[in-house]
Design a protein around this ligand. Structure first.
Ligand code: NAP
Ligand code: GLV
Ligand code: GLV
Length: 331
């Protein structure tokens, strides 16, 4: 009898995705009690497909053993956890989960923008600790967004959804990407700045939406923070290593910039003590896509991609580096 196709999940994902996979395949989920890395190296050579999380590194050590692996579906839009060059060499298609988490992540970005500029977390603490002693003309003054300039770094799916929300706040919008975007609605008035320097010097809110790559490693370091205005805020919902975290802590503690809102960290889930103690920062625990709607849609998406590969089709969310000609066999 032919063996059933096996799909390995490094972690449990929402039920709809698991059910869809179970309709077609045998599903194996790693034991949450012990390290996924150790279990992975043992089990991976025995399965046909892998569903990975962004916290699990899929590198040459692991993929070197996996000649049978027919596909990797990353349960995230960012796939910097996967060594894509090795996957290409091995002819293993890699898919991600674009679009379905764009609105959730853009909303969270705005939650950070509003929380840091209007001191929401500080205010919440004052209320809970019964320090709030009544309305006063100069109590808890924050920063007003209307008329200010929002600078988007990486005007892709999420960057443009953040920009669109910015127009509702009557903000001027600038952006920097390596290329000028052709997909923005005509009605959205945005200015393309071909140099990051210009954006950093001129914007009041700088929001990062680039993928993490060799090129974007430390895109924002000491020099870039120096270029920002003293009353500007830095928001990061992309990846922690896009910012030099040590330089950011220094800039915030010396009030070189007004504040920061972060959802992602250099060495997740660790957040340096010096950062946790800063007053001019708002921190969320990597929850950009954490809505029931987005996480369910992502679960269905990973399942659909694996089903497509197994049928010999190009999966709908094959990552852009993996052009058809880079894949071996029937993919
Ligand atoms: P996307 O549509 O691919 O957009 C990425 C943008 O970055 C593109 O506009 C690209 O334009 C630009 N870019 C790429 N490399 C660049 C560089 N070296 N310098 C300047 N710009 C560069 O991706 P997305 O769906 O918006 O997602 C963006 C990232 O957000 C993901 O990769 C992921 O890391 C992160 N994310 C985080 C969460 C969270 O939970 N916090 C949730 C979802 C996504 P050019 O190619 O023209 O430069
Ligand atoms: C989340 O960070 C993602 O890349 O989907
Ligand atoms: C504030 O609550 C006001 O009425 O101005």
């Amino acid at each position: 009898m032919q063996r059933k196709i096996r799909v390995l999940l490094t972690h449990k994902i929402p039920k709809k995705g698991i059910e869809l996979l179970k309709n077609h395949f045998e599903v194996v989920i790693l034991d949450s009690g012990s390290s996924p890395d150790i279990q992975l190296s043992k089990i991976l050579p025995t399965v046909d497909y892998l569903v990975s999380l962004l916290s699990v590194r899929i590198d040459s050590n692991l993929l070197g053993n996996c000649t049978n692996l027919k596909g990797i579906a990353n349960y995230a839009v960012g796939y910097n956890n996967i060594d894509v060059n090795v996957a290409i060499e091995c002819g293993i298609p890699v898919t991600n989960t674009p679009d379905v988490l764009t609105n959730a992540t853009a909303d969270l970005t705005w939650a950070l923008i509003l929380a840091i500029t209007r001191r929401i977390v500080e205010g919440d603490q004052e209320c809970r600790q019964a320090v709030f002693s009544g309305w006063a003309p100069e109590y808890m003054l924050g920063y007003e967004l209307s008329g200010k300039t929002l600078g988007i770094v990486g005007m892709g799916r999420i960057g443009s959804a953040v920009a669109k929300r910015g127009t509702g706040f009557d903000m001027k919008i600038c952006y920097y990407s390596r290329s000028k975007s052709n997909n923005l609605p005509e009605s959205m008035k945005v200015t393309y700045l071909p140099k990051l320097k210009e954006l950093l010097e001129s914007c009041d809110i700088v929001s990062l939406h680039v993928p993490y790559t060799d090129e974007t490693h430390h895109l924002i370091g000491e020099n870039e923070l120096d270029l920002m205005k003293n009353n500007a805020f830095l928001i990061n919902t992309s990846r922690g290593k896009v910012i030099d975290e040590v330089a950011l802590i220094k800039a915030l503690s010396e009030s070189k910039i007004a504040g920061a809102g972060l959802d992602v960290y250099y060495n997740e889930p660790l957040i340096p003590k010096e950062m946790r103690e800063l007053k001019n920062i708002v921190l969320t625990p990597h929850i950009g896509s954490a809505t029931k709607q987005a996480r369910e849609a992502m679960a269905i998406m990973v399942a659909e991609n694996i089903i497509a590969i197994e049928k010999g089709l190009i999966p709908p969310n094959l990552i852009p580096e993996m052009k058809k000609e880079n894949l071996k066999g029937n993919h």
